[in-house]
Structures are given as C-alpha cells and as structure tokens.
Design a protein around this ligand. Structure first.
Ligand code: C5P
Length: 222
C-alpha cells in the first residue's frame, strides 16, 4: 500500500503553510514544512559562524542538524538543539540568508533524505518550493500555488505582525520579490510547477475558498 503524499509548492507568502496545516489536521496526516528545515540550517550556520560560501561546512552542518518538530495542534514548533526557534528563523535577515544557502546544490542533496523520511502512515502534506519536482516526484497530488506579489506581501506582513515582528509592507514585498527571484533562477530545484501540478491562483480567494478547492482535488486524487 502506497502512502499518500500531497505537495504544496509556491512562492513566499502564498499561503502554503496555512493550507498545509489545515489539510494535515483534517486528514490526520504528517506535515513537512521544508522551508523550516532550510531556515533552521541558515540560523544554525549564522550562529556557528559558517560563511555562506563555505559549502563543505554547510553540508556538514546540514547532515548533523539537531532539528526536530513538535506538533501542537494549530502550530508546528521548530526546535533546534531543543530550543524553540520559530521566531528566530523567520526574521528578514534569516529569510534572505536561507534562500542564498538553499541555492547550493550540495546543501539541497544533504537535506533530501531528511525530508523523504517524513513519508509515514497514514499520509503526508509537504510544503515548499521543490516538493513536487524533486523531493516527492511520485506524489499523489501536486499543487502549485500562486498569488500576486502585493497580496503575498500583505499576507506575510500579517504573519509577521502576529508573531510580534514589526515590518512595513514595502520592505516585506521587496524581500519576498528578491527571494522569489533567487528561488526561481537557481540552477538546481528552481521554484516552478511540476509538469503534472494543479495550479491554484489564490489572489482573489479567501483561505476557506482556496481550501475547498484543495480538499476537492485531494478527494479526487485519493
Ligand atoms: O517556505 P519558506 O518561506 O519558509 O522558505 C524559505 C526559503 O527556503 C525559500 O525562500 C527558499 O529559498 C528555501 N526553500 C527551498 N526549498 C524548499 C523550501 C524552502 O529552497 N523546499
């Protein structure tokens, strides 16, 4: 029996995290927030003083990263060496460093197995940039989410404010645009829909509306 996997890929602030959490909760499935793994690596590298051009050092760190996830209903908590780092990994500085480190092919390879280990009964929802193209090419259902940069900036700003991180819309939109460009242009695992992905434009839709569409696709795919 094959374990079902639903992949949600797309640019920053598009709502992958929210939709992924809803779906995983409803289905009683595991959730992989792959961005959190890349972010935790960036934070650990910064703390250890490992430079972004030290590929060997980054790969060593990636292979031994003392990272764990603790699910507590609404939110998944990210622990780095037993320390809660949910907020620390989402600052604009770490976001930018993350996408630089994530462009290094060897780093991505080092994190591949850790991500695939999340395939466990009774199912998995995986969100990121290359879930459908690289990490889970045989996924049951692949979804690629899109929304205008303006809309994504607003959503990300709201998220940051909820976490007590202050920022302004223009800088958040600029940060996301810069990160998207880097994620789209990198040579390995660039941000793009898999050939067999369903495209879901969420710009003009509420979370509830988008979620209904996603749910219907999941039911059809199972
Ligand atoms: O999804 P999130 O915004 O947390 O991802 C942070 C960064 O991690 C992305 O901008 C991207 O550079 C990198 N990432 C990636 N591949 C993934 C998930 C995230 O390269 N599957």
């Amino acid at each position: 029996s094959r374990i079902p996997v639903v992949t949600l890929d797309g640019p920053g602030g598009v709502g992958k995290g929210t939709l992924g959490r809803l779906l995983a909760q409803d289905m009683g499935w595991h959730l992989l927030d792959s961005g959190a793994i890349y972010r935790a690596l960036a934070l650990a590298a910064e703390r250890a003083g490992i430079q972004r051009d030290d590929e060997a050092g980054l790969v060593r760190l990636a292979l031994d990263l003392p990272l764990s996830f603790r699910g507590d209903g609404e939110q998944t908590r990210v622990l780095l060496d037993h320390e809660l780092v949910d907020e620390a990994i989402r600052t604009p500085q770490i976001s930018a460093l993350t996408s630089q480190i994530a462009a290094i092919p060897e780093v991505r390879t080092a994190l591949l197995q850790r991500q695939r280990d999340f395939i466990q009964d009774p199912g998995l929802v995986a969100d990121g940039r290359d879930m459908g193209t690289v990490v889970f090419p045989k996924a049951t259902l692949k979804v690629f989410l899109t929304a205008s940069a303006e809309e994504r900036g607003k959503r990300r700003l709201n998220q940051l404010m909820e976490q007590g991180i202050s920022a302004n819309l223009a800088s958040v939109v600029a940060e996301i645009a810069e990160r998207d460009a880097r994620d789209q242009q990198r040579s390995v695992a660039p941000l793009r829909p898999a050939a067999d992905a369903h495209i879901l434009d969420t710009s003009a839709q509420t979370v509830v509306e988008t979620y209904r569409v996603l749910q219907a696709w999941v039911q059809t795919a199972l």
